[in-house]
Design a protein around this ligand. Structure first.
Ligand SMILES: Nc1nc2c(ncn2[C@@H]2O[C@H](COP(=O)(O)OP(=O)(O)OP(=O)(O)O)[C@@H](O)[C@H]2O)c(=O)[nH]1
Ligand SMILES: Nc1ncnc2c1ncn2[C@@H]1O[C@H](COP(=O)(O)OP(=O)(O)OP(=O)(O)O)[C@@H](O)[C@H]1O
Length: 225
């Protein structure tokens, strides 16, 4: 994305000096984002179908909520720069696996593993990467199961395999992660000295044990039905 076909630099284009060229040069980027959006919809629908079907087994939905997002252009550029790779369309597809993101918030840890197993066993899904931060939490206490999936999307004139990142969390893990995410963006908190980091790690442990206790209670209720 250094320069477009007319040879203008993106700084010139973004500065608004050449709006037509800017719009023309933005088209391929917008097309790629549209393709990620479609892939995200495909995977979101798969989870909605699973949620509806699995709720018949136990009379409860395994999924509490699903949220989706397409990574913002500035966040894409910043991540590419942080990784030290080229800022270009092909580099986005090669180096970023989370442009299309889905967060599946579940009631209990066992729901997470069940859904992950079910989605991965579908024959149009390719599992590219799995990171289990529930079994192996991050040093800060972060827990979630991350999958990078590839799904075929049928566009008008082509079939294209697109990557989608899926983050599975319990409601409690999601609560923790949303607070912790805010800390990361507060530049005035020194992560190495602040006791907030230690307190958050402690909360992550408590949240995990509460998740397991609530799961046990739910199993007792289900067994008595
Ligand atoms: N709140 C919170 N979110 C996290 C944390 N770690 C990861 N995430 C989320 O999960 C996403 C992917 O994290 P990882 O699977 O560890 O991937 P990564 O090593 O950061 O980098 P890539 O694989 O290049 O995306 C991040 O972009 C965040 O949205 C964390 O410590 N706290
Ligand atoms: N897979 C996902 N599904 C749904 N929401 C997500 C997903 N990944 C990130 N988000 C949310 O999207 C928002 C923007 O996140 P963004 O992609 O800019 O950065 P990030 O994922 O937090 O970090 P990084 O740029 O290092 O990957 C945040 O609120 C984040 O929690």
């Amino acid at each position: 994305m250094k320069s477009n076909r007319s040879g203008f630099t993106f700084d010139e284009l973004i500065a608004g000096e050449r709006p037509e060229e800017f719009i023309e040069s933005a088209q391929p980027f917008m097309k790629l984002m549209m393709q990620y959006q479609c892939a995200m919809l495909e995977v979101q629908t798969k989870f909605e179908v699973l949620n509806t079907e699995l709720s018949m087994d136990s009379d409860r939905n395994p999924i509490e909520s699903i949220s989706c997002r397409i990574k913002k252009p500035m966040s894409i550029v910043e991540k590419l720069k942080r990784k030290g790779v080229e800022v270009s369309l092909s580099s986005i597809e090669k180096n970023l696996h989370d442009v299309a993101g889905i967060r599946v918030v579940c009631f209990f840890p066992k729901d997470i593993y069940r859904l992950a197993e079910k989605i991965c066993s579908q024959d149009d899904i390719r599992l590219i990467e799995k990171k289990d931060y529930i079994q192996n939490p991050k040093p800060n206490g972060y827990r979630s199961l991350h999958l990078i999936l590839e799904v075929p999307v049928f566009f008008a004139d082509e079939k294209k395999w697109m990557q989608v990142e899926v983050q599975f969390r319990t409601i409690a893990m999601d609560f923790w992660a949303s607070i912790e995410h805010k800390v990361k963006y507060k530049k005035d908190i020194d992560a190495s000295t602040s006791d907030i980091v230690e307190k958050l790690r402690g909360c992550a442990e408590s949240i995990h044990s509460i998740d397991l206790r609530m799961q046990e209670i739910s199993e007792c209720i289900e067994a008595s039905n």
